[in-house]
Write a protein that binds this ligand. Structure first.
Ligand SMILES: *[C@@H]1O[C@H](CO)[C@@H](O)[C@H](O)[C@H]1NC(C)=O
Ligand SMILES: *[C@@H]1O[C@H](CO)[C@@H](O)[C@H](O)[C@H]1NC(C)=O
Ligand SMILES: *[C@@H]1O[C@H](CO)[C@@H](O)[C@H](O)[C@H]1NC(C)=O
Ligand SMILES: *[C@@H]1O[C@H](CO)[C@@H](O)[C@H](O)[C@H]1NC(C)=O
Ligand SMILES: *[C@@H]1O[C@H](CO)[C@@H](O)[C@H](O)[C@H]1NC(C)=O
Length: 432
């Protein structure tokens, strides 16, 4: 029973490792794109920033990413309603915590809809509105307003953070997976407003990588290996440790100081924890350890069923999204249960303990990277040419591999945290 309980919790963590918080928004916008009229699609494309590559879904998490920059927009992601009333009234509930009217998710939808529908240029200019931003906000908030917990009770949320709301139902659950010391350390290190929920911050490194202050982190998400070599050689491929395997080592050794209770102020261990949790996901994504000339598949343009994509993106997201759609009614919980089932008495039952094998935390990331490039060659690149259309056959044969890599990433992240924060030997506790 304990093992089952731990696994349920494990998968709360696992899904967060790959940043699935964004998938909801992505899916909402993708679906919308399929139903746009020609006129609407043309207008949307005109407004999209160049970075979107013509895809609305690519910018549907933009509003979350700039929340810290555009502090004023924070209140626009949700609406607080009185505890246990279970109804919503615009006049009563649509204001921010200081009582400013219209500052809630439905107010924002009205605001940005008005800006986008206005043919009166004066009105638009008066609001100093940027229609590109209006479109990105609108697309995001329509998603938010459909997420039930974004219209929740006022009283059960001290922290007032969107990320907390989105993941609220997961709060503290991972404590069962982590050994007690590790759980305690995680709670100490996480920013106050997430109330000890590690999953809430697993996507943070993706959000900050383009900020000036964190630009040095952008090469830490992946590894470029020589074309067609299909091997990973740390000294050859991870120059000056600036790659995902080096980053895992770096942040692991920083976190190892936590237990010594050292007053070493050189490192910010909160950030180290967020980076480690994220990069453990990245290193298990086979195309994050790819060939140099195609940037891990990013430059291999192709079609995923009927829409445009690229090989990297297929492995980052498309396969997972198609699996959700085809087999799990777009319900993440069903997918989690399916993966869980494959642990408790399914195909991976006998493998879990070997996944956790690791004598030395600082050398194990090399093994994970080598696995990834090997899988990238055998499964991701194989038979794929620029301009190809990937569909059922590719999906059916690759989906099990994606699921297994997600599972391995979660198991190993927990193992790392248990070893880093717990008594060295207990960290390797096996299932009971
Ligand atoms: C409406 O949009 C403008 C421009 O983005 C913004 O400054 C303002 O705070 C928004 N108000 C609401 C209620 O969303
Ligand atoms: C509108 O907003 C986008 C995204 O923030 C920005 O890149 C662009 O420069 C803005 N356009 C104007 C005219 O300010
Ligand atoms: C290690 O982390 C520090 C910040 O704590 C950073 O300055 C350095 O570039 C990182 N190096 C690698 C290889 O991740
Ligand atoms: C550590 O990093 C977090 C996240 O960036 C930040 O909120 C916090 O203020 C930092 N702590 C210190 C002591 O710099
Ligand atoms: C679980 O295992 C079954 C049997 O091999 C497989 O059909 C299914 O796709 C697996 N589910 C996941 C989510 O890995």
């Amino acid at each position: 029973m304990l093992w089952v309980g731990r696994l349920i919790v494990l998968f709360q963590l696992v899904t967060a490792v790959l940043g699935w918080g964004k998938e909801g928004h992505y899916a909402v916008c993708k679906i919308a794109e399929d139903y746009l009229s020609e006129d609407a699609l043309a207008a949307v494309k005109k407004l999209l920033p160049e970075s979107a590559g013509g895809d609305l879904a690519a910018v549907c998490s933009w509003a979350d990413e700039i929340r810290f920059h555009y502090h004023w927009s924070s209140a626009l992601h949700f609406a607080d309603t009185p505890d246990f009333k279970c109804n919503y009234g615009y006049c009563r509930d649509c204001h921010d915590s200081s009582g400013h009217k219209d500052r809630c998710v439905t107010g924002a939808i009205l605001n940005y809809t008005a800006q986008l529908t206005s043919t009166n240029q004066d009105f638009v200019l008066e609001l100093k509105s940027n229609l590109t931003e209006a479109l990105m906000f609108l697309s995001h908030f329509i998603g938010d307003v459909h997420q039930p917990l974004h219209v929740g009770f006022l009283g059960d949320l001290g922290g007032n953070s969107i990320i907390v709301r989105w993941y609220r139902r997961k709060t503290n659950l991972h404590h069962n997976l982590l050994e007690p010391q590790a759980a305690h350390a995680v709670q100490q290190l996480l920013p106050y407003e997430v109330k000890g929920d590690l999953s809430a911050y697993c996507v943070w490194p993706d959000q900050v990588r383009h900020w000036y202050k964190y630009r040095w982190t952008s090469s830490l998400h992946f590894i470029d290996t020589p074309d067609k070599a299909c091997t990973f050689d740390y000294s050859r491929d991870c120059v000056k440790d600036m790659c995902v395997a080096g980053a895992i080592q770096n942040f692991t050794s920083q976190l190892l100081h936590y237990r010594e209770g050292s007053t070493d102020r050189r490192y910010n261990l909160t950030e180290a924890l967020m980076f480690l949790s994220h990069f453990m996901g990245d290193i298990h994504q086979p195309m994050h350890v790819g060939f140099t000339s195609d940037e891990g598949g990013n430059t291999i343009e192709l079609r995923w069923f009927r829409h445009k994509s690229n090989l990297h993106h297929v492995w980052d997201r498309e396969i997972i999204l198609t699996a959700l759609k085809d087999y799990y009614e777009n319900d993440m919980d069903l997918l989690q249960q399916a993966i869980e089932g494959n642990f408790t008495d399914g195909i991976w039952y006998d493998d879990v303990s070997s996944w956790k094998d690791c004598d030395n935390l600082l050398s194990c990331p090399t093994k994970y990277a080598a696995e990834s490039i090997s899988i990238a060659c055998k499964w991701a690149y194989k038979g794929v040419n620029e301009g190809a259309t990937l569909a059922d056959e590719y999906f059916d044969s690759r989906m099990p591999i994606v699921m297994k890599r997600i599972a391995q990433g979660g198991v190993r992240l927990a193992m790392f945290l248990n070893q880093i924060f717990g008594d060295a030997d207990e960290g390797l506790a096996s299932p009971t």
